[in-house]
Ligand binder design. Structure first.
Ligand SMILES: Nc1ncnc2c1ncn2[C@@H]1O[C@H](COP(=O)(O)OP(=O)(O)OP(=O)(O)O)[C@@H](O)[C@H]1O
Ligand SMILES: [Mg+2]
Length: 241
């Protein structure tokens, strides 16, 4: 990667670009992306657009189904399929366009690094949320994603990683022998050196039933702590600094 793509239009006073990413498939990017976006609008009254950058178009399809099922509900945000991550220059154009808006962008990305423009987006984002499952295969795959980012940062002459927020997802407190729990803690300690580790999101049928149109009281209860902290980190960061 030769084009220096850092800080194309980063302006902390302006809008936020929030990206859910991890090359590990099925770790919870789409689910948490939608639920966090719902919370941002419902609880915190942010104005945002959801970009679905996964070629599977999971969110676009889900949103269409939700609108059909609950025609009386007003959408919380616009859902837009994003086809612009095929090259670094595509992504640069997209970032410039996003930085010209005064609303925020929440972006779901695919479980692979095949799109050339994905890493530049990750580096430009104000927050990169990485859902992780605390088991070995998932951790290995997540680790290679982070290592790839570190390598790209180095190639571009810097050591600065994106602002990573690691979100332990599908956590089941009843699973795990003592040795496994110790291992999980080792993983969390490793991720804590690379970014912020958020409180855990449990494995829950209620979460599986997410909608792009609303959050249930039960969902609010489950995601209140991790997403509340994530919100504060992203939106109050500059105030704290
Ligand atoms: N906290 C959770 N509790 C229960 N089920 C969950 C949770 N998070 C995700 N899931 C389920 O796990 C599966 C994968 O989740 P999801 O589609 O969000 O992952 P993904 O990272 O977007 O996958 P892909 O890489 O294919 O895009 C889905 O069936 C989803 O309902
Ligand atoms: Mg997905």
């Amino acid at each position: 990667m030769s084009i220096p793509f850092f800080n194309i239009g980063k302006n902390p006073k302006k809008n936020k670009i929030i990206v859910f990413a991890n090359q590990k498939g099925g770790c919870g990017k789409t689910t948490n992306c939608v639920m966090f976006a719902d919370l941002l609008v419902q609880n915190f009254h942010h104005r945002l657009v959801m970009l679905d950058a996964d070629p599977q178009r999971s969110i676009v399809k889900k949103h269409e189904q939700d609108l059909e099922r609950w025609p009386q509900l007003k959408p919380l945000y616009q859902v837009v399929p994003c086809t612009q991550l095929n090259s670094e220059s595509d992504t640069q154009n997209l970032i410039r366009a996003m930085r010209n808006e005064d609303f925020d962008f929440v972006i779901d990305t695919p479980g692979s690094l095949t799109l050339q423009g994905l890493l530049p987006l990750v580096f430009e984002a104000d927050a990169v949320i990485v859902p992780i499952q605390l088991e070995k295969t998932s951790i290995n795959s997540t680790t290679s994603f982070i290592e790839m980012c570190a390598m790209v940062a180095k190639e571009n002459g810097g050591n600065k990683l994106p602002d990573f927020y690691f979100l332990p997802n599908q956590f089941n407190k009843n699973w795990g022998r003592k040795a496994e729990l110790t291992e999980q803690q080792t993983f969390l300690d490793y991720f804590a050196k690379l970014g912020t580790v958020l409180p855990k999101v449990p494995n829950s049928a209620e979460i599986q039933r997410y909608s792009t149109l609303y959050l249930t009281d039960k969902q609010h209860e489950i995601i209140g702590r991790p997403y509340g902290m994530l919100h504060d980190c992203i939106y109050n960061k500059n105030k704290a600094a």
